[in-house]
Design a protein around this ligand. Structure first.
Ligand SMILES: O=C([O-])CC(=O)C(=O)O
Ligand SMILES: [Mg+2]
Length: 236
């Protein structure tokens, strides 16, 4: 009797894990480290902001790095565990965990591995757990809150494919900038121009704030009377 073997590759085959992804210039990454998320968001024409439900575990957490993207099956962190094993310095793991927000696919144990690998941070669409320990060790985690529920480790997803998180598309290699105000994604090809615009904005705001300290008003400096006039503002 002959045994029928099922061919492993039939028709379209999804590549689950991609390793050959664009990498931004390390000097550019370092230059982004001093930038506030809100400034970057403004500099790119108010684009790129993830849903504000995704917040840092502690107000003083900041993150800056290149996106290592992960797409997990709902309630399963198998691909996230794999992504952590692939991550290194300068990487921010950005994880779309599917439709269930309330689960704890990331906690103290994975945070320890991230710290050991020098990973820059985690941005995740759902909740996480072991928050006290993660805050204590100072690993930057941006999540939709906290949940004690554990996850399965049984289903494939993708690593380093484009994902959608917090209403924004994130592609592997895109820049991620996050702080207490929220998280912004910068498309890699736009990163040099947006950095220049962000630096210009920071310099301009420093001058404006000096003028405010000297007694001027923002209303006058920016000439908002023009807007009032166009709206026929009545004042008595
Ligand atoms: O292992 C998990 O499923 C997540 C977790 O709790 C940890 O990383 O500590
Ligand atoms: Mg745990």
């Amino acid at each position: 009797m002959t045994t029928k073997r099922i061919p492993r590759r039939v028709g379209y085959q999804l590549t689950h894990i991609r390793r050959d992804v664009p990498r931004c210039d390390p000097a550019l990454l370092r230059a982004y480290e001093g930038q506030a998320a809100a400034t970057v968001h403004e500099a790119m024409g108010r684009r790129g902001a993830l849903d504000p439900a995704i917040k840092p575990l502690a107000a003083d957490m900041t993150v800056c790095g290149r996106a290592l993207t992960v797409r997990c099956h709902t309630g399963d962190n198998l691909m996230l565990v794999k992504a952590v094993s692939m991550a290194g310095p300068g990487d921010v793991i950005v994880a779309d965990m599917g439709s269930a927000v309330a689960s704890g696919p990331f906690g103290e144990v994975l945070a320890v591995e991230c710290m050991a690998r020098g990973v820059a941070g985690l941005v995740v669409s759902c909740t996480v757990r072991d928050s006290r320990e993660i805050i204590r060790m100072g690993f930057p985690v941006f999540s939709a809150g906290l949940c004690v529920r554990g996850t399965a480790k049984a289903t494939l997803g993708t690593i380093n494919h484009p994902i959608c998180i917090g209403g924004e598309i994130v592609r592997p290699g895109d820049l991620i900038v996050g702080d207490a105000d929220g998280v912004v994604v910068v498309p890699l090809e736009e990163a040099p121009d947006i950095l220049r615009l962000a630096e210009e904005r920071t310099a301009k705001e420093a001058v404006v704030m000096d003028r405010l300290r000297a007694g001027e008003s923002l209303f006058d400096i920016y000439g908002y009377q023009r807007v009032f006039d166009s709206l026929h503002c009545v004042e008595e």
